[in-house]
Design a protein around this ligand. Structure first.
Ligand SMILES: C[S@@+](CC[C@H](N)C(=O)[O-])C[C@H]1O[C@@H](n2cnc3c(N)ncnc32)[C@H](O)[C@@H]1O
Length: 351
C-alpha cells in the first residue's frame, strides 16, 4: 500500500500535539501543587524570581516555565527574559473561583492514568474497578474540575430550568444529592438556598468524610448532612428534589437506582439528572469533547459500573435516548431535557 505523505505528515503533526498535551498533564499538576501559577499571576518574573517567591529550585522552574511557554499556558518576553500570565491564562490557571479553572481536570487525568495497568488487564478479564479503588487524585481532581462548572451553571441556570424547583428551594425544601462525591454540588445548593435541607449520599466513605469537612469549614453543616449510602439504598422519603451529578452512568444498576429515587421522591418532586454532554449516535460524539469523555469513561466510569451489581455500563456518552430508557424503565412518567452546556445535559424526570 502506498503511503500518502501529506496524510502521514498531518497525522504526525496531530501526534506531536497530543504527546505534548499528555506530558503537559504532569506539568500543570506540578504548577498547581507548588503554587507556581498563582505566584506568577500578579507580575512578570524571571525564573529566578519565581523560584525565590515559591521556595523552589530555579533550574527546575526554568525548565517548567519553558514547557509552559511552549504550550501557551505562560507568556514569554524574550526582551526581558521574563514570564507572565495574561488575564485569560491567570483566569484559567491561577483563580480557583473562576468558572474556567483548569488544573483539576489535569489532576483527574493524571490520577485516572495511574489505573492504566489494571484497566489493561480488565480488557482481558472483564473485571471492574470501583471508584474507591482509584488514586486519590481522582477524587480531588474530580471535585476541583467539576466545581467551577457547577458554580457557573447550577444555581443560575440549571435549577431555574426545572419546573417549580427554584421556588420550592427558596421557600424551604428537602433535597438529596446522590453520588455526591466530595459534595461540590450539594454545598453550592446549600449556600444558595439557606431555607432548604440538603442530604448528600455517596458509597465512597473517603469522599463523604471530605465533604463533611468542607461543610464544616463553610459553616453550613447545620443544613447539610453527608452520609455513606448506595444509590439504591439511601435513606429518607418525600424529597422535593433528588439530584445526581455525573454519576448515573457510573452506577452498576442505574435502573435500580432510578426506581429507588422514584420511591424516595415526594409525589410532586423532581429528579434532576446531570450527565456528560453526549449525542445518541457514536458518529456524532467523535469530537474533542467526546474524546475526553470516552477516555475517562474507559478508565473510570465503565469499570466503576462493571464493579457493581448488574454492571450495565452505560458509559459516559450514553446520550438522551439511552438515559430516557433507564428513567422510564424505572417507572417515571415524564422525562425531558431541561437545558445543556457544551459539557453537560440536564434532564428533568417526574413521577
Ligand atoms: C464522577 S463522580 C461525581 C461526583 C459528584 N457527583 C460530582 O459531580 O462532583 C461519580 C461518583 O459516583 C459515586 N458512585 C458510583 N456508584 C455509586 C453508587 N452505586 N451509589 C452511590 N454513589 C456511587 C462515586 O463514588 C463518585 O463519587
Amino acid at each position: 500500500m502506498a503511503i500518502d505523505m501529506d496524510k502521514l505528515n498531518a497525522f504526525m503533526g496531530g501526534f506531536v500535539g497530543d504527546l505534548g498535551a499528555a506530558v503537559h498533564t504532569g506539568m500543570v499538576v506540578i504548577g498547581e501543587r507548588l503554587g507556581l501559577y498563582k505566584a506568577l499571576a500578579p507580575a512578570p518574573m524571571t525564573s529566578t524570581e519565581l523560584a525565590a517567591k515559591t521556595s523552589t529550585d530555579e533550574r527546575y522552574v526554568r525548565e517548567w516555565l519553558a514547557s509552559q511557554a511552549a504550550g501557551g499556558y505562560v507568556t514569554y518576553d524574550d526582551k526581558t527574559n521574563k514570564f507572565s500570565l495574561t488575564e485569560e491564562q491567570a483566569f484559567a490557571l491561577a483563580n480557583e473561583d473562576s468558572p474556567a479553572y483548569l488544573p483539576g481536570a489535569f489532576q483527574l487525568a493524571l490520577g485516572s492514568l495511574a489505573a492504566v495497568p489494571r484497566i489493561a488487564d480488565s480488557f482481558r478479564n472483564g473485571a471492574g474497578m470501583g471508584w474507591h479503588e482509584h488514586d486519590e487524585a481522582v477524587f480531588h481532581g474530580c471535585e476541583k474540575f467539576f466545581r467551577p462548572g457547577y458554580a457557573a451553571n447550577l444555581v443560575c441556570s440549571w435549577i431555574p430550568a426545572l419546573r417549580d424547583v427554584k421556588q420550592k428551594l427558596e421557600a424551604g425544601a428537602r433535597v438529596a444529592d446522590v453520588g455526591c462525591g466530595k459534595g461540590a454540588s450539594t454545598i453550592l445548593m446549600a449556600k444558595a438556598f439557606p431555607k432548604s435541607r440538603f442530604f448528600g449520599f455517596d458509597y465512597h466513605d473517603k469522599s463523604i468524610e471530605a465533604a463533611r469537612e468542607i461543610a464544616k469549614r463553610e459553616r453550613i453543616a447545620d443544613r447539610v448532612t453527608f452520609e455513606v449510602a448506595k444509590a439504591k439504598e439511601y435513606p429518607g422519603k418525600g424529597y422535593d428534589l433528588v439530584a445526581v451529578f455525573d454519576c448515573l452512568h457510573d452506577m452498576g444498576d442505574p435502573v435500580g437506582a432510578a426506581a429507588h429515587v422514584r420511591s424516595t421522591l415526594h409525589p410532586d418532586g423532581t429528579w434532576m439528572i446531570v450527565e456528560p454532554f453526549a449525542n445518541d449516535e457514536l458518529k456524532d460524539n467523535l469530537n474533542p469533547v467526546g474524546r475526553v469523555y470516552y477516555s475517562f469513561s474507559t478508565l473510570l466510569c465503565t469499570p466503576c459500573s462493571r464493579s457493581q451489581e448488574v454492571g450495565l455500563c452505560l458509559g459516559a456518552q450514553s446520550g438522551e435516548a439511552r438515559i430516557r430508557e433507564v428513567v422510564t424503565q424505572a417507572g417515571f412518567g415524564r422525562f425531558r431535557r431541561a437545558t445543556e452546556t457544551p459539557f453537560n445535559i440536564v434532564y428533568e424526570a417526574r413521577r
